[in-house]
Design a protein around this ligand. Sequence first.
Ligand SMILES: CC/C=C\C/C=C\C/C=C\CC/C=C/CC(=O)SCCNC(=O)CCNC(=O)[C@H](O)C(C)(C)COP(=O)(O)OP(=O)(O)OC[C@H]1O[C@@H](n2cnc3c(N)ncnc32)[C@H](O)[C@@H]1OP(=O)(O)O
Length: 243
Amino acid sequence: MKLKNPPVNSLSLEMLTELVINLEKLENDKAVRGLVLTSEYPGIFSAGLDLMEMCGRNPAHYAEYWKALQEFWLKLYQSSLVVVAAINGASPAGGCLMSLICDYRILADNPKYTIGLNETLLGIVAPFWFKDTMVNTIGHRASERALQLGLLFPPAEALQVGLVDQVVPEDKLQSTALSVMAQWLAIPDHARQLTKTMMRKPTVDHLVKQRDADIQNFVSFVSRDSIQKSLQMYLQKLRQKKS
Ligand SMILES: CC/C=C\C/C=C\C/C=C\CC/C=C/CC(=O)SCCNC(=O)CCNC(=O)[C@H](O)C(C)(C)COP(=O)(O)OP(=O)(O)OC[C@H]1O[C@@H](n2cnc3c(N)ncnc32)[C@H](O)[C@@H]1OP(=O)(O)O
């Protein structure tokens, strides 16, 4: 599956909705057992959540957007397919989250391709289920440091901390993803799927139990004037970077 939402594959409401529909189609197709997630645009895997969905909108929109993000996370995290992320570009915040919910992550070796949950740099806070997903991957101490500092790791550091499973030359990314997929598909589906469900259930249950409260939290947090100002300033900085 190639992410395709120019210019930076930000996770807009429309993009999240399409991703969920496509995932459902693949899940229901008996001929499909695995999925490689990559970007149509080498250089950018995904810029994460679409900041335009979180700026200057009304509470009903924020609630709809957050529900769609939760839905996407729940679908992909619980997918019965083998999901391999072939990360061929920068992967901040929601882009990193998307990689973390795959079963295996391969990052192309390019110093510009940084990955991490950098929310604090925007003056916002990674919600508990982003944090849980990261802790499940790299452990508590490394997550605490990475989350507080909003660290974006270049490939060698991402590998060292365990945020990705492999770093490979850019031209070997897709072939490596296919050989990793072959290795995972050699395991009987039912045994692998039950194991995945067992490992992920507590994290899934944590969100499912608090879904509505989490939406309310997001809506009231993002509606604050101070948060709106931080997001606007961050967007301005992104735009100024060009000039
Ligand atoms: C106790 C707790 C209580 C409550 C908590 C409750 C809730 C929590 C609340 C909030 C949590 C919300 C979580 C958010 C997670 C996220 O994902 S936020 C998004 C973070 N993303 C980023 O920081 C990435 C920003 N982008 C970049 O760094 C670069 O754009 C990137 C490296 C991806 C690509 O660089 P480059 O190729 O040079 O492109 P440009 O920078 O020039 O960008 C091109 C245009 O795209 C626009 N853009 C970039 N990123 C985004 C984005 N994420 N959303 C929307 N638009 C984006 C950029 O402005 C350029 O636009 P322009 O052409 O200038 O119009």
